[in-house]
Design a protein around this ligand. Sequence first.
Ligand code: AMP
Ligand code: MG
Length: 396
Amino acid sequence: MKDFDEALALVLDGLEPLSSEHVSINDAVGRVLAADARAVIDLPPFDRTAMDGYAVRAADVAPGASLRVLGDLAAGGAEGITLEPGTAARISTGAAIPPGADAVLRVEDTQAGEGVVVATATVAEGQHIRRRAEDVSAGDVLASPGDVLTVPRLSALASAGVGVVDVPRTPRVDLIVTGTELLSPGTPPEPGKIYESNSIAVGTLVQQAGGLVVHYPPVPDDRRRTQDIIELGLQGDILIVSGGVSVGPHDHVKPAFEACGVEEVFWRVRIKPGKPLWFGRRGSTLVFGLPGNPLSAIVCTALFVLPALRRLRGEAEVGPYLGRGRLGEPAGPSDNRTTFLISKLVPDADGVPVAYPTERQGSHMTGALGESDGFAVAPHGSGPLPAGAEVDLLRV
Ligand code: AMP
Ligand code: MG
């Protein structure tokens, strides 16, 4: 049995981002950069006005001075106006400063006349001018490999003229749920059957983390059918099979993996729930055999599958993301495994989350999930922890 850290290191061992592709920034939100994104142009691209008013020569401006108005400069225009001494040009916010001008006199500091403008204030050289490249220079690196393309980042790239980015392709994650007892939610109940929840829970965690999920209908506990569908699922980047990874007479997943040429890396991790987790590889495909219990499946996905997925999609930080908080009541690992206690997380007066483990604990206690916000982590070997003890928190 592996410790959690060792098992995670084995999953991530040698993993590299997938090959990259070019994607329009319109389709790139949440994707991860594979190469530096550099500004195409200076920002601002030219000296431009920050105000509505008059482009002027500062030396000409004093209260009462009258300047001849040569024309009107709108944002986006490129009129051929050049200022001579004693002249001005009307200018709108964002428009280019014309040659000869060295300041912008705000419209509030003027009185308009017939073909002239009269200043009512002075203006300093450079005032209200946004200088070319004062923000960004062409060629500057705006974001680097591993950076997630958030909305602010996309805004910066768009402003700097970047229309297409280089990102690792989206990992394909095939999700197979096994168990003769499984019914899809929404279908009529049947004797001896249970509704299955791993498709929605595991599938959604993977999708939220940026994977492209391929779903299959539930597979009965039949050796041949299990093997056939696993072979299909092995064509993606990650294969997740839930259920059937134990050693009962109806657990066909491990022999099916073996028959399909998947090489085992480890089986069993010192965590609760989730101990029967199986991990292996075939070629570049990562293969996870998750215990079928819904809590185990969720915990194993958050702890192992999502970090692997994040690495494949190019993220620099792969998690698993554990927050910090405190226990609201005494708790501890239930045996020699690091225990994930289903908990209600309630912020205290300082906003620190306080974990109250639900009364019902156990990998089959799916009802308890309904009143929970995540898991408090009681590390193996920690012994009983008092109320107020600082703990890691896993939110899913
Ligand atoms: P297994 O890992 O196949 O031994 O399954 C462990 C427990 O989880 C059994 O009680 C199964 O009925 C249940 N189970 C297996 N797969 C699912 C699923 N997809 N959704 C909900 N429960 C499941
Ligand atoms: Mg089963």
